[in-house]
Write a protein that binds this ligand. Structure first.
Ligand code: SAH
Length: 255
Protein backbone atom coordinates (compact mmCIF):
# COMPACT_ATOMS: atom_id res chain seq x y z
CA UNK A 1 0.00 0.00 0.00
CA UNK A 2 1.53 3.27 -1.04
CA UNK A 3 2.52 6.07 1.28
CA UNK A 4 1.12 8.55 -1.24
CA UNK A 5 -2.49 7.46 -0.63
CA UNK A 6 -2.04 6.99 3.13
CA UNK A 7 -3.00 10.62 3.98
CA UNK A 8 -6.53 9.89 2.71
CA UNK A 9 -6.86 7.54 5.69
CA UNK A 10 -5.81 10.17 8.25
CA UNK A 11 -8.63 12.33 9.60
CA UNK A 12 -8.47 15.39 11.85
CA UNK A 13 -11.26 15.45 14.42
CA UNK A 14 -12.23 18.69 16.17
CA UNK A 15 -14.21 18.12 19.35
CA UNK A 16 -16.71 20.67 20.70
CA UNK A 17 -15.16 23.63 18.89
CA UNK A 18 -16.43 26.92 20.31
CA UNK A 19 -15.46 29.40 17.59
CA UNK A 20 -16.65 28.54 14.06
CA UNK A 21 -13.74 30.62 12.70
CA UNK A 22 -11.32 28.09 14.14
CA UNK A 23 -12.97 25.28 12.16
CA UNK A 24 -12.41 27.29 8.97
CA UNK A 25 -8.81 28.05 9.87
CA UNK A 26 -8.23 24.36 10.69
CA UNK A 27 -9.60 23.35 7.27
CA UNK A 28 -7.19 25.79 5.64
CA UNK A 29 -4.26 24.51 7.71
CA UNK A 30 -5.05 20.95 6.60
CA UNK A 31 -5.48 21.75 2.92
CA UNK A 32 -2.14 23.56 2.71
CA UNK A 33 -0.54 20.27 3.81
CA UNK A 34 -2.50 18.08 1.40
CA UNK A 35 -5.00 16.76 3.96
CA UNK A 36 -8.74 16.89 3.43
CA UNK A 37 -10.56 14.71 5.95
CA UNK A 38 -11.99 16.92 8.67
CA UNK A 39 -14.61 15.62 11.12
CA UNK A 40 -16.54 17.89 13.50
CA UNK A 41 -17.82 16.51 16.80
CA UNK A 42 -20.69 18.48 18.33
CA UNK A 43 -19.43 21.99 17.55
CA UNK A 44 -20.90 24.57 19.93
CA UNK A 45 -22.14 26.66 17.00
CA UNK A 46 -22.85 25.63 13.41
CA UNK A 47 -20.55 26.66 10.57
CA UNK A 48 -21.15 30.27 9.60
CA UNK A 49 -19.82 32.94 7.22
CA UNK A 50 -16.86 33.57 9.50
CA UNK A 51 -15.92 29.87 9.34
CA UNK A 52 -15.98 29.84 5.53
CA UNK A 53 -14.16 33.16 5.35
CA UNK A 54 -11.36 31.83 7.56
CA UNK A 55 -11.11 28.66 5.45
CA UNK A 56 -9.85 30.96 2.66
CA UNK A 57 -10.05 28.52 -0.24
CA UNK A 58 -10.53 25.34 1.76
CA UNK A 59 -14.33 25.59 1.60
CA UNK A 60 -14.35 22.08 0.11
CA UNK A 61 -12.61 20.57 3.15
CA UNK A 62 -14.87 22.50 5.54
CA UNK A 63 -18.09 21.89 3.59
CA UNK A 64 -17.40 18.14 3.26
CA UNK A 65 -16.70 17.69 6.98
CA UNK A 66 -19.24 15.33 8.58
CA UNK A 67 -20.75 16.54 11.85
CA UNK A 68 -21.26 13.81 14.46
CA UNK A 69 -22.50 13.80 18.04
CA UNK A 70 -19.67 12.09 19.90
CA UNK A 71 -15.94 11.41 19.60
CA UNK A 72 -16.65 7.67 19.84
CA UNK A 73 -18.72 7.97 16.67
CA UNK A 74 -16.04 10.03 14.90
CA UNK A 75 -13.32 7.43 15.48
CA UNK A 76 -15.39 4.22 15.48
CA UNK A 77 -13.56 2.74 12.46
CA UNK A 78 -10.07 3.93 13.48
CA UNK A 79 -7.24 1.62 14.56
CA UNK A 80 -5.08 4.46 15.82
CA UNK A 81 -6.42 7.53 17.64
CA UNK A 82 -3.97 10.25 18.67
CA UNK A 83 -5.22 12.82 21.20
CA UNK A 84 -3.56 16.24 21.03
CA UNK A 85 -3.23 17.86 24.42
CA UNK A 86 -1.85 21.19 25.53
CA UNK A 87 -1.12 19.91 29.00
CA UNK A 88 1.94 17.71 29.22
CA UNK A 89 1.75 14.37 31.05
CA UNK A 90 -1.76 14.90 32.32
CA UNK A 91 -2.96 11.53 31.15
CA UNK A 92 -1.75 7.99 31.62
CA UNK A 93 -0.97 7.71 27.95
CA UNK A 94 2.32 7.45 26.16
CA UNK A 95 3.06 10.98 24.99
CA UNK A 96 4.62 11.56 21.58
CA UNK A 97 6.27 14.50 19.88
CA UNK A 98 4.36 15.70 16.79
CA UNK A 99 6.96 14.36 14.34
CA UNK A 100 6.93 10.93 15.96
CA UNK A 101 3.14 10.89 16.07
CA UNK A 102 3.01 11.78 12.37
CA UNK A 103 5.37 8.90 11.55
CA UNK A 104 3.22 6.45 13.49
CA UNK A 105 0.05 7.81 11.88
CA UNK A 106 1.46 7.45 8.39
CA UNK A 107 2.84 3.96 9.00
CA UNK A 108 -0.52 2.82 10.34
CA UNK A 109 -2.47 4.48 7.51
CA UNK A 110 -0.21 2.74 4.98
CA UNK A 111 -1.11 -0.72 6.34
CA UNK A 112 -3.89 0.33 5.40
CA UNK A 113 -5.91 1.39 8.44
CA UNK A 114 -7.88 4.44 9.53
CA UNK A 115 -6.15 6.97 11.79
CA UNK A 116 -7.39 10.06 13.66
CA UNK A 117 -5.76 13.09 15.24
CA UNK A 118 -8.14 14.53 17.84
CA UNK A 119 -8.22 18.16 19.00
CA UNK A 120 -10.12 19.56 21.98
CA UNK A 121 -12.14 22.63 22.86
CA UNK A 122 -10.50 26.06 22.90
CA UNK A 123 -11.26 26.68 26.58
CA UNK A 124 -11.05 23.26 28.15
CA UNK A 125 -9.37 20.87 25.72
CA UNK A 126 -10.39 17.22 25.72
CA UNK A 127 -12.16 15.63 28.68
CA UNK A 128 -10.58 12.67 30.47
CA UNK A 129 -13.26 10.42 29.00
CA UNK A 130 -12.36 11.63 25.51
CA UNK A 131 -8.65 11.11 26.14
CA UNK A 132 -9.42 7.58 27.22
CA UNK A 133 -10.67 6.87 23.72
CA UNK A 134 -7.18 7.73 22.42
CA UNK A 135 -4.36 5.23 22.08
CA UNK A 136 -1.62 7.82 22.42
CA UNK A 137 -1.26 11.47 23.41
CA UNK A 138 0.53 14.10 21.32
CA UNK A 139 2.00 17.18 22.93
CA UNK A 140 3.59 20.06 21.04
CA UNK A 141 6.50 20.95 23.35
CA UNK A 142 5.44 24.55 23.90
CA UNK A 143 6.41 26.96 26.66
CA UNK A 144 5.34 25.15 29.88
CA UNK A 145 4.10 28.46 31.32
CA UNK A 146 2.02 29.23 28.22
CA UNK A 147 1.44 25.88 26.59
CA UNK A 148 -1.83 26.23 24.76
CA UNK A 149 -1.71 26.99 21.04
CA UNK A 150 -4.68 28.31 19.14
CA UNK A 151 -6.68 25.30 17.93
CA UNK A 152 -5.98 25.91 14.23
CA UNK A 153 -2.29 26.53 14.99
CA UNK A 154 -2.10 23.13 16.71
CA UNK A 155 -3.84 21.57 13.68
CA UNK A 156 -1.23 23.27 11.47
CA UNK A 157 1.67 21.75 13.41
CA UNK A 158 0.28 18.22 13.15
CA UNK A 159 -0.71 18.67 9.50
CA UNK A 160 2.80 19.94 8.72
CA UNK A 161 4.47 17.01 10.47
CA UNK A 162 2.18 14.62 8.64
CA UNK A 163 3.24 16.16 5.35
CA UNK A 164 6.91 15.92 6.33
CA UNK A 165 6.38 12.24 7.07
CA UNK A 166 4.70 11.75 3.68
CA UNK A 167 7.54 13.54 1.86
CA UNK A 168 10.20 11.62 3.74
CA UNK A 169 8.61 8.18 3.55
CA UNK A 170 7.75 5.99 6.47
CA UNK A 171 11.28 5.36 7.66
CA UNK A 172 11.78 9.06 8.33
CA UNK A 173 14.41 9.61 5.67
CA UNK A 174 15.13 13.24 4.84
CA UNK A 175 12.26 14.63 2.83
CA UNK A 176 13.08 14.73 -0.86
CA UNK A 177 11.33 16.66 -3.58
CA UNK A 178 10.12 13.86 -5.88
CA UNK A 179 11.16 15.97 -8.90
CA UNK A 180 14.77 15.96 -7.80
CA UNK A 181 15.04 12.47 -6.39
CA UNK A 182 18.27 10.89 -7.68
CA UNK A 183 19.20 7.23 -7.92
CA UNK A 184 21.41 6.24 -5.01
CA UNK A 185 24.82 5.01 -6.15
CA UNK A 186 25.35 1.26 -5.87
CA UNK A 187 27.98 -0.25 -3.61
CA UNK A 188 30.13 -1.06 -6.69
CA UNK A 189 29.90 2.51 -8.00
CA UNK A 190 31.04 3.96 -4.69
CA UNK A 191 33.88 1.42 -4.43
CA UNK A 192 34.96 2.33 -7.98
CA UNK A 193 35.14 5.94 -6.88
CA UNK A 194 37.24 5.03 -3.83
CA UNK A 195 39.69 3.09 -6.02
CA UNK A 196 40.07 6.10 -8.29
CA UNK A 197 40.36 8.42 -5.29
CA UNK A 198 43.24 6.29 -3.96
CA UNK A 199 45.02 6.43 -7.31
CA UNK A 200 44.42 10.18 -7.67
CA UNK A 201 45.87 10.86 -4.22
CA UNK A 202 48.99 8.93 -5.28
CA UNK A 203 49.12 10.78 -8.60
CA UNK A 204 49.09 14.20 -6.90
CA UNK A 205 51.51 12.94 -4.23
CA UNK A 206 49.10 13.73 -1.43
CA UNK A 207 50.55 11.16 0.99
CA UNK A 208 54.20 12.29 0.72
CA UNK A 209 55.58 9.03 2.03
CA UNK A 210 52.93 8.54 4.75
CA UNK A 211 50.89 5.34 4.72
CA UNK A 212 47.73 6.03 2.69
CA UNK A 213 45.40 3.89 4.85
CA UNK A 214 44.55 6.45 7.50
CA UNK A 215 43.52 9.18 5.05
CA UNK A 216 41.54 6.69 2.96
CA UNK A 217 39.72 5.40 6.03
CA UNK A 218 38.64 8.94 6.93
CA UNK A 219 37.62 9.75 3.37
CA UNK A 220 35.59 6.54 3.10
CA UNK A 221 33.79 7.40 6.33
CA UNK A 222 33.05 10.91 5.09
CA UNK A 223 31.62 9.81 1.75
CA UNK A 224 29.74 6.78 3.06
CA UNK A 225 27.99 8.98 5.62
CA UNK A 226 26.47 11.16 2.91
CA UNK A 227 24.63 8.52 0.86
CA UNK A 228 25.97 9.49 -2.57
CA UNK A 229 23.78 9.48 -5.65
CA UNK A 230 24.91 8.14 -9.05
CA UNK A 231 25.20 11.70 -10.33
CA UNK A 232 27.35 12.76 -7.39
CA UNK A 233 29.68 9.81 -7.95
CA UNK A 234 30.00 10.80 -11.63
CA UNK A 235 30.76 14.41 -10.65
CA UNK A 236 33.42 13.41 -8.11
CA UNK A 237 35.03 10.97 -10.57
CA UNK A 238 35.11 13.75 -13.18
CA UNK A 239 37.02 15.97 -10.75
CA UNK A 240 39.43 13.12 -9.92
CA UNK A 241 40.04 12.42 -13.63
CA UNK A 242 40.93 16.08 -14.20
CA UNK A 243 43.25 16.11 -11.19
CA UNK A 244 44.97 12.96 -12.54
CA UNK A 245 45.29 14.53 -16.00
CA UNK A 246 46.85 17.69 -14.52
CA UNK A 247 49.27 15.53 -12.46
CA UNK A 248 50.32 13.66 -15.62
CA UNK A 249 50.91 16.95 -17.43
CA UNK A 250 52.94 18.32 -14.53
CA UNK A 251 55.05 15.16 -14.36
CA UNK A 252 55.65 15.21 -18.12
CA UNK A 253 57.06 18.75 -18.01
CA UNK A 254 60.82 18.94 -18.71
CA UNK A 255 62.69 20.04 -15.59
N1 SAH B 1 -7.04 25.27 27.62
C1 SAH B 1 -7.03 24.09 26.85
C2 SAH B 1 -6.32 24.35 25.57
C3 SAH B 1 -7.12 24.03 24.43
S1 SAH B 1 -6.39 24.55 22.94
C4 SAH B 1 -6.31 22.98 27.57
O1 SAH B 1 -5.63 23.29 28.52
O2 SAH B 1 -6.40 21.83 27.19
C5 SAH B 1 -7.38 23.59 21.85
C6 SAH B 1 -6.76 22.29 21.38
O3 SAH B 1 -5.60 22.55 20.61
C7 SAH B 1 -6.31 21.38 22.48
O4 SAH B 1 -7.37 20.62 23.03
C8 SAH B 1 -5.33 20.50 21.75
O5 SAH B 1 -6.00 19.50 21.01
C9 SAH B 1 -4.68 21.49 20.79
N2 SAH B 1 -3.44 22.05 21.38
C10 SAH B 1 -3.19 23.31 21.80
N3 SAH B 1 -1.95 23.43 22.28
C11 SAH B 1 -1.37 22.21 22.15
C12 SAH B 1 -0.09 21.68 22.46
N4 SAH B 1 0.87 22.41 23.02
N5 SAH B 1 0.15 20.38 22.16
C13 SAH B 1 -0.79 19.59 21.59
N6 SAH B 1 -2.03 20.05 21.28
C14 SAH B 1 -2.32 21.32 21.56
Amino acid sequence: MSVETAPTRIRFVLVGTQHPGNMGAAARAMKTMGLSRLVLVAPEKPLDDEAFRRSAGAEDVLGDAPVVATLAEAVADCTLVLGCTARARRVQLEELLPAVAAQRALAKAAEPAEVAFVFGRERTGLTNEELQLCHLAVHIPSNPDFSSLNLAAAVQVLAYETRMAVLGGIDGAAPADPEFREQPASHAQVEGMFTQLGQALDDIDFHKGRAPESAMRKLRRLFLRTGLSEQEVRLLRGILSDAQRMARLANAKPE
